[in-house]
Design a protein around this ligand. Structure first.
Ligand SMILES: C[S@@+](CC[C@H](N)C(=O)[O-])C[C@H]1O[C@@H](n2cnc3c(N)ncnc32)[C@H](O)[C@@H]1O
Length: 310
């Protein structure tokens, strides 16, 4: 992702040489990934300024998520950005300001033509193909209006490799969750009827389906489009090996990721009282599965540039 980010942010800066630059991370959660993105963008700008011999712009970052997001935790972690950015030799200090922005990215978030760069990772998700068509198109149109001319965005979200919509890698992940729920039904902790009526909807599009929507809409040039495999455990960066060294820790890491995605739907259907127990069982199931193979998910990543209106 870093090369895509570097190219997009660098190009916006070189094209516009703005005095003030507005960047927004959509679906930032409560950290830490959004802060990594924030520091990376600052580093990229610092390097660009050195290259072109310009004073750095003032950077305004907006961290967006739904209203119930734990923004306080996020703000408390801002010190980490300072640590990541320690100005070393040959770097320029970039002035930056950070604000939280509560609200859904399926609504307008900014005044027209006011944002230079949007970033969003693992936050765009859809429950059906119809919703994907409708909401993704709507999202693209909203951001088009908000971007400055020459503005860009880098988006990444879960996708699928296989043509068959049901036989994707997500089915393994669902299966392990269903096993955890089933064990709670057997112990009388979850009602059988609730279990039978639970449907975990998630539609993961193929790269072709995404491309068709972007092209149909005609508002953006696709600069890059990649599909890559991402480890469900964000802390396992050993790409060469299919063996997990600490399957228990890795199972817990994976469970955390899945919980951040599905907790609202699960709490809504079963009540929040079961959530801790469920994800602890889920972590155990994942840990067992990791003895056989890692859980890899296909991710689609694309950088889009706002088309000029003629
Ligand atoms: C799996 S987390 C991803 C967090 C972070 N971007 C990352 O890469 O680790 C997804 C986040 O998207 C947020 N989200 C989901 N739908 C949203 C919406 N319509 N508007 C704003 N945020 C949304 C969720 O609240 C959640 O914090």
């Amino acid at each position: 992702m870093r090369p895509m980010l570097e190219e997009a942010v660098g190009e916006i800066y070189r094209n516009l040489l703005p005095e003030k630059m507005v960047v927004a991370d959509l679906g930032c959660s409560s950290g830490p990934n959004t802060l990594v993105v924030l520091s990376e963008v600052i580093k990229i700008i610092s390097n660009q300024c050195l290259r072109v011999g310009q004073q750095p712009p003032e950077m305004q970052f907006f961290l967006n998520d739904l209203r119930n997001n734990d923004f306080n935790n996020l703000f408390r972690s801002l010190d980490h950005v300072e640590q990541r950015l320690r100005v070393g030799k040959g770097t320029i200090s970039v002035p930056y300001f950070v604000a939280g922005l509560p609200g859904s990215f399926y609504g307008g978030l900014f005044p027209r033509h006011s944002v230079h760069f949007f970033h969003s990772s693992y936050s765009l998700m859809w429950i059906s193909q119809e919703q994907f068509h409708r909401d993704f198109s709507h999202f693209l149109k909203l951001r088009f209006d908000e971007l400055v001319p020459c503005g860009q965005m880098v988006l990444s979200f879960l996708g699928r490799n296989k043509k068959d919509k049901l036989d994707g890698e997500m089915s393994t992940i669902y299966g392990l969750l269903a096993e955890a729920l089933d064990s709670m039904v057997r112990e009388g902790l979850v009602e059988e009827e609730k279990f039978d009526t639970f449907n975990l909807p998630l539609f993961v599009p193929s790269s072709k389906e995404v491309e068709v929507i972007v092209k149909l809409q005609g508002l953006y040039d696709i600069i890059h489009f990649q599909t890559f495999e991402s480890n469900l455990d964000p802390f396992d960066d050993d790409l060469d090996d299919n063996v997990v060294l600490d399957n228990v820790q890795s199972g817990a890491n994976c469970a955390k990721v899945i919980r951040s995605v599905f907790e609202p739907m699960i709490a809504n259907h079963f009540g929040s009282a079961i959530v801790d127990d469920l994800f602890s069982r889920y972590a155990t199931n994942v840990a067992k599965h990791l003895l056989k193979e890692k859980l890899m998910l296909p991710v689609l990543a694309l950088s889009l540039k706002k088309k000029e209106v003629t």
